[in-house]
Design a binder for this molecule. Structure first.
Ligand SMILES: *Cc1c(COP(=O)(O)O)cnc(C)c1O
Length: 413
């Protein structure tokens, strides 16, 4: 099997279901019964591999993990209750007091808040760097740097990083490279091929399909030598390349309890079945919408990585050869005009999420970035006249018509 969709649809079910269910059923139970006391003890001691308690592992969740593994070729996959849960678990496993993280300054808002406010209390320092300034990235690394964290396409700035350059720096310094690829999940981006050691994804977005449930993923590609991390040194001796996944499952993830519910695992697994179709449609639509907006005089600074005049076009084409995501931004003349335009829309919904099946729109400065002073917002590339659009899978003529009517209703020509 080669194709992504075939692999997903035909991921082997673990055992023959007594009723021959064609889907992995939802195992809503908490605990699992054992035949003998010895077997129960063996499971606890890791001598046999069986589900014990659903916070640690669950058949429905494991099946979702197996599907992700089959399309990413990861060494280990862990599904969690949210994207933030995935990010926090990676960091808490690998970084301790006195250590530091090198992270792009254009990072998802809650990730920024986690690093800047939550983790700094535990004496974990984050050095925020420009994702396209490779010298700055290199200079921020020291002996206490445990990982470099970046996003595949930043949101809403839509910058693309040269992953291969950063991977080279990371390898030179034996530092782990973690990428949040929520904007470009499989099948858009093959993280494994570009030197990313750990991929984290908010499966709430593209994977869930239609924004049905919150979830997150950690994918370990087995490329990092875990003995380089002081907290995994002993685990590496015991488990070799599986040190990190084992540490998560048997300690950090287990103890923190950000497990994905089996009901949500079922929904996400179902969403995953159509990800290729939806990604293709949404990204194709996004390009049509970006080109349309680019031709309208009231609209300025359309940013979409696939537009030919876009500064990161070449990088985007290299790392995301087929599809460059479904998020684009553009500017009108003022915040007032943005609000007027958005209120004129009939189909496109005003909402904060991305990669819903529906097209969603938001004014970032007054919402996602409302906690930041204006100066700081502008430093982050978020102007008062900027609008973000997450293009959905509707028939593109309807999206264009909605945008066109709403634009006609605002000031200008
Ligand atoms: C949404 C998002 C997250 C957080 O994911 P949740 O599932 O909402 O916790 C992290 N990173 C990026 C890039 C996101 O878009």
């Amino acid at each position: 099997m080669k194709g992504v969709t075939t692999k997903i649809l035909h991921t082997k079910l673990p055992k023959n279901d007594p009723h021959g269910s064609i889907h992995m059923p939802i195992y809503g139970n908490v605990s699992f019964e054992f035949e003998t006391s010895k077997e129960l003890a063996d499971a606890f001691n890791g001598r046999i591999n069986k589900h014990i308690y659903s916070r640690i592992s669950n058949p429905t969740v494991s099946y979702f993990e197996k599907r992700i593994k089959s399309i990413t070729d990861g060494l280990g996959v862990l599904a969690l209750s949210s994207g933030m849960g995935a990010i926090a678990n990676v960091i808490l496993t690998l970084v301790g007091a006195g250590d530091n993280i090198v992270c792009t300054k254009y990072v998802f808002g809650n990730t920024y808040s986690l690093l800047k406010y939550t983790l700094s209390k535990y004496n974990i320092e984050t050095r925020f760097v420009d994702p396209q300034n490779y010298k700055e990235i290199e200079e921020a690394i020291d002996a206490k740097t445990r990982l470099i964290f970046l996003e595949s396409i930043t949101n809403p700035q839509l910058y693309v990083t040269d992953f291969e350059r950063v991977a080279k720096i990371a390898k030179n310094y034996k530092v782990l490279l973690v990428a949040d690829t929520t904007a470009t999940p499989p099948p858009i981006f093959r993280a494994k091929d570009f030197g990313i050691d750990i991929e984290v994804i908010s499966s709430t977005k593209f994977i869930s399909g239609g924004a049905t449930s919150v979830g997150g993923l950690i994918i370990d590609y087995g490329s990092y030598k875990w003995s380089n991390n002081p907290y995994l040194y002993d685990d590496y001796k015991k488990f070799g390349p599986y040190a990190f996944i084992s540490k998560l499952r048997n300690e950090v993830f287990r103890n923190i309890g950000a497990c994905l519910s089996p009901y949500n695992a079922y929904l996400q697994s179902l969403g995953l079945e159509t990800i290729q179709l939806r990604v293709e449609k949404a990204c194709k639509n996004a390009l049509v919408v970006a080109e349309y907006l680019n031709g309208i005089s009231k609209v300025k600074n359309v940013r979409y990585p696939r537009l030919k005049n876009y500064p990161d076009y070449t990088l985007a084409k290299k790392f995301f050869p087929d599809y460059q995501g479904a998020i684009l931004t553009f500017e009108l003349s003022s915040e007032k005009e943005c609000f007027e335009f958005m209120d004129n829309l009939k189909i496109i919904k005003k909402s904060t999420n991305i990669h819903d099946n529906r097209t969603l729109i938001i004014h970032p400065a007054s919402t996602i970035f409302c906690e930041y002073p204006k100066k700081e917002r502008e430093r982050l590339g978020v102007t008062d006249s900027m609008i973000r659009l997450s293009v959905g899978i509707e028939d593109v003529e309807d999206i264009l018509e909605d945008l066109d009517n709403a634009l006609k209703g605002i000031g200008g020509d």
